[in-house]
Write a protein that binds this ligand. Structure first.
Ligand SMILES: [Zn+2]
Length: 328
């Protein structure tokens, strides 16, 4: 290969015109999913202190906001329920009934804003008293079989409410298979499963737990979520979820796991989502507030990196500011 002085890579970067024709396409708003926290009641929009610019919404207050993001072309939303603490129990049954604000939100949003794809996060940690992702067994960690039962029922409830897709995030073995069976045998064979196939036990979820009141009260999630360095297990989890019938796979978090996104993309031809989590969002806000970087520039670089690593879909709190970030 010819090097310098024949090969001069800077020729490709010298002028804005040349940089322009070589620019990689930025993420499209159509590929973005905005995570939304839904609380019970009416007429409330509560700021989340640890996530500047993000709120907990009642269904009536989130509708106008969803209209706005639909107008800028954001493709979807991921709904998280934040029910009253008083209804929480050890078995997470709260997820199935009227105490789960997501069920009502799904049907209303489906009716009012038909252009947006609705996914419902499917886990029990927001609904169990101890904040565990499943029903705790004798050792405190989720009992796999018992947790699958309630997860399947909850998934079915979301499908019945009208969700385009359910997004199991409990990292229970066999969850995709069980949820698929339950959806199919009840007439919901067209409901998608977007599986959180590779979800890591991460320190970057802190602000989310504040937002969703789902902090594990002494419950350890490392018995089901992946350890930070477990690259091969992460890819294997996605391959298994594909074989169980997942339609879309996911890596969560995104930025500290860009290599996992890239390796997963090589291992499968299914669409791949990446969850740009609360900590990734909030630390950029924190740095920008201190004057240590430009907020929108750092957000743009994050989103482009996640796309470059191979994500087809980006789930991100930046979605509602997409036009500011990409200056459209
Ligand atoms: Zn969970």
């Amino acid at each position: 290969m010819q090097g310098y002085p024949i090969r001069r890579m800077r020729r490709l970067r010298k002028s804005p015109e040349i940089r322009g024709i070589l620019a990689a396409p930025p993420p499209s708003p159509a590929n973005m999913i905005w995570p939304v926290f839904i609380i019970p009641g009416k007429n409330k929009k509560i700021p989340i202190n640890s996530m500047p610019g993000q709120f907990r919404w009642t269904t009536d207050t989130v509708l106008p906001q969803l209209e706005k993001i639909a107008k800028i072309g954001i493709g979807g939303i991921m709904l998280f329920g934040v029910p009253e603490d008083s209804g929480k129990s050890d078995d997470g049954n709260l997820a199935l009934g009227s105490g789960n604000p997501v069920l009502k939100a799904i049907s209303l949003i489906r009716k009012e804003i038909p252009s947006i794809a609705i996914f419902a996060d499917l886990c029990l940690c927001g609904y169990t008293r101890n904040g565990q992702c499943g029903i705790a067994g004798a050792d405190g960690s989720p009992d796999n079989a018992r947790s699958l039962e309630i997860l399947s029922k909850t998934g079915l409830a979301y499908a019945e409410a009208g969700a385009h897709g359910v997004a199991p995030s409990a990292m229970m073995d066999g969850q995709v298979c069980e949820i698929r069976k339950s959806l199919d045998s009840n007439g919901f064979s067209d409901t998608l499963i977007m599986s959180y196939s590779a979800k890591f036990a991460s320190s970057f979820y802190g602000p989310f737990r504040d937002a969703a009141s789902s902090a594990p009260h002494g419950a350890d999630r490392s018995s089901h979520q992946l350890a930070c360095g477990a690259l091969d297990q992460a890819v294997m989890e996605s391959i298994l979820d594909e074989s169980e019938g997942a339609d879309i796979l996911m890596v969560k978090p995104a930025l500290p796991y860009l290599d996992v996104i890239a390796k997963t993309k090589e291992a499968t031809r299914l669409p791949l989502a990446a969850f740009n989590v609360s900590g990734e969002y909030s630390m950029i806000h924190a740095a920008a507030e201190r004057g240590w970087g430009n907020l929108l520039d750092m957000a743009r670089e994050s989103l482009i990196s996640i796309k470059r690593a191979g994500a087809d879909i980006i789930i991100s709190y930046w979605s509602d500011r997409f036009n500011d970030i990409f200056q459209k």
